[in-house]
Design a protein around this ligand. Structure first.
Ligand code: SF4
Ligand code: SF4
Length: 208
């Protein structure tokens, strides 16, 4: 299994680009390529739809990494662009903004940190909340998998182990958690306190 930042294409991108006549497109050779939302094929397809409004395009190995941006993206490529379309996650979009100082339109919606299963399916597993409670919940993340992000479930919307959100098509995450804890020979040991936002005081910066 590998983990990725999972994205989907924005439905109204072409409409948002109508007013621009000089557009540069940047794709992502990593997560968005695997998601089939911002790799070579998707960049090419978008460029074809926009026609001669596109002044250039490039797929960068990981636009979220300033090292790769600096290596591959040269100012002469995009300097005449009115706008850059970024087919990558929100982190990549912000790196491109910082590096180019241009107006940048995200072409994708960033959904979650995902586990990649067989047949190319993506499973939402982590929302990078900053206070991991996976021990308490037996390794199943309620912030990703409970529709209401409850820390102490299940709620009254659970019927026959299914969740009311999504019309009972999905298992209630909290039933999964209780079953998993039982398998581990554990009970739900404590009420999980209100999420501790102290661990995410605005923008986090780690490292030297
Ligand atoms: S609790 Fe869930 S969202 Fe938070 S860090 Fe752990 S896996 Fe990620
Ligand atoms: S039914 Fe379960 S998964 Fe759905 S919102 Fe309630 S606790 Fe969360």
């Amino acid at each position: 299994m590998i983990k990725l930042i999972i994205t989907k294409q924005k439905p109204n991108l072409l409409k948002n680009l109508e007013k621009y006549n000089k557009i540069f497109i940047i794709g992502c050779g990593n997560c968005a390529t695997i998601c089939k939302t911002g790799g070579e094929n998707e960049v090419k397809a978008l460029a074809e739809k926009l026609g001669d409004k596109v002044i250039g395009n490039i797929v960068i190995e990981s636009p979220c990494n300033l090292k790769f941006l600096k290596k591959d993206l040269k100012p002469f490529m995009y300097s005449n662009a009115e706008v850059i379309v970024a087919l990558c996650c929100g982190v990549g979009v912000q790196s491109i903004v910082e590096f180019t100082n241009k107006e940048v339109i995200p072409g994708l919606d960033t959904l979650f940190l995902g586990e990649v299963g067989i047949k190319g399916r993506f499973y939402e597993r982590c929302r990078a909340c900053g206070t991991c409670i996976l021990y308490e919940t037996g390794g199943i993340c309620p912030i990703s998998r409970c529709a209401k992000k409850l820390l102490n479930g299940p709620c009254g919307g659970m019927v026959n182990e299914k969740c009311e959100v999504g019309n009972y098509s999905k298992d209630c995450a909290w039933i999964l958690i209780y079953k998993r804890l039982k398998e581990l020979g554990r009970d739900f040991e404590k009420i999980i306190e209100v999420h501790n936002w102290q661990n995410k005081p605005g923008e986090l910066i780690l490292g030297d």
